[in-house]
Ligand binder design. Structure first.
Ligand code: AMP
Length: 429
């Protein structure tokens, strides 16, 4: 199967050639014809599968068929919603990459940066808008934008948007776009909540599923290093130094933990930067570009901040702390072993986290190999302690976490970019 056989126009084929893509990935081969036929789509696909091109290419094709070049005012005809700023920026980058030989205009808007330049760009008119929900609604409120001419609505990483408490914002956006439109929904997982949203949103959708990472993870070597909780940092520095690891993405459970670990690694002589929701947009962008360029060897991230980070050939992912939501493990390790390349995903697991690991292994339906690193043998006398998760409800209130094995909402998590942030921003404004 080639991209040409899918019926994409020459300008898109040229852009794909420039990007060096020779054939469509499975999600692209399935999604492109469906979207080109104008059908609604519900797709189960994670980052790393090529899903972004899977919706961007047919979108650009469809929009080019109804070209509006020369028209004075360009209303937004396609709206792509994403949960995080990083993902919004990346999706927009894809729109630009694939659309570079086409006369369509696009822009991206997200919070954490000045709203004025965004308002000015929108006033000139754009065909394709990539946005995070909070800033999009702020712009509508300020009359910088109308959504009544939207023909295609795309929700990317819809599960994350719900996790981050964006459901009310999404409902508001739905009232602003026309009823008659094409809607595409991409989600890594299909929870009951997502299915309910899809029921409301989609009109007789085509369903597409590509094998999730957890069943196609042969490219990823997974390993557990059992270690005492107080010796994790030491072990991490040892692994990075001894293995001469470059470009290591390290996950912590909390923003505070990310900051603390970054400082400790720096003290150990390992260049490191943290990326999480409390960092300014500038700091996040800088950290990511230093990491990509190799100036910084280790990027320490929380789950939500790391969503959608697209780094080619990321060789190492470390779970410094295991996630309390097993699906997050799959997302995390999906950062490595991309595009047919080998990757290593290492989890430093202390006695407190054994039940998290069991839940993960149940989800991925396999046992991860345990390797004790000589000199870091866990002390069998250390007793497990409950893990404080510091969760926040989407409503913004803090509440103490239930101890491990508790029956609290398993999807509640630190809310980094959702409503609480937004209301904080609004309070500041
Ligand atoms: P995504 O799942 O959209 O985040 O894409 C994952 C990665 O795969 C990105 O780095 C893309 O640039 C790359 N990619 C997308 N489509 C293809 C393709 N057909 N061939 C090779 N790489 C691709």
């Amino acid at each position: 199967m080639t991209f040409a056989e899918l019926g994409l126009r020459a300008e898109l084929l040229r852009a794909l050639d420039d990007a060096g893509y020779s054939e469509p990935t499975p999600i692209q081969a399935k999604a492109i014809p469906t979207v080109m036929q104008g059908k609604d789509l519900m797709a189960a696909a994670q980052t790393g599968t090529g899903k972004t091109a899977g919706f961007t290419l047919p979108l650009l094709e469809n929009m080019s068929r109804k070209a509006v070049a020369g028209q004075k005012f360009r209303p937004v005809r396609a709206l792509i919603l994403t949960p995080t700023r990083e993902l919004a920026a990346q999706v927009h980058e894809s729109v630009r990459t694939y659309g570079k030989h086409l006369p369509l205009r696009s822009t991206v808007v997200f919070g954490g940066v000045s709203i004025n330049p965004q308002m000015m760009t929108l006033r000139k008119g754009v065909d394709i808008l990539v946005a995070t929900p909070g800033r999009l609604l702020d712009l509508v409120q300020q009359n910088a934008l109308q959504l009544d001419r939207v023909e295609t609505l795309i929700l990317d990483e819809a599960d994350r948007m719900l996790d981050m408490g964006f459901i009310h914002d999404i409902k508001k956006v739905l009232k602003l776009v026309p009823k008659q439109k094409q809607t595409l929904l991409f989600s890594a997982t299909f929870s009951e909540e997502i299915k309910q949203l899809a029921d409301k949103l989609l009109n007789r959708p085509e369903l597409i599923e590509v094998a999730p990472r957890n069943t196609t993870a042969e490219r990823i070597t997974q390993r557990i290093h059992p270690v005492d909780r107080d010796r994790k940092r030491e072990l991490l520095s040892y692994l990075i130094g001894d293995g001469d690891w470059r470009q290591v993405l390290v996950f912590t459970r909390t923003k505070h933990g990310a900051n603390r670990l970054t400082e400790q690694l720096q003290k150990d002589g390992i260049t490191a930067a943290a990326i999480h929701g409390n960092k300014s947009q500038g700091a996040r962008t800088r950290a990511l570009s230093d990491f990509k360029s190799g100036k910084v060897r280790t990027l320490v991230a929380t789950d939500i901040a790391a969503r959608g980070i697209d780094i080619d050939q990321l060789p190492y992912v470390v779970n410094y702390e295991l996630p309390n939501v097993p699906e997050d493990y799959v997302h995390r390790i999906g950062r490595t072993g991309r595009a047919e390349r080998e990757g290593v995903a290492v989890s430093l697991v202390c006695v407190d986290e054994n039940s998290f690991m069991r839940n993960i292994e149940r989800l991925i339906k396999s046992q991860v190999e345990k390797v004790v690193v000589p000199g870091f043998e866990p002390d069998p006398n250390i007793k497990p302690e409950p893990i404080q998760l510091g969760q926040k409800r989407p409503g913004g209130q803090n509440r103490p976490a239930k101890p491990r094995g508790g029956s609290g909402n398993p999807r509640a998590r630190q809310n980094e970019g959702g409503r609480s942030n937004r209301s904080r921003r609004q309070r500041r404004a």
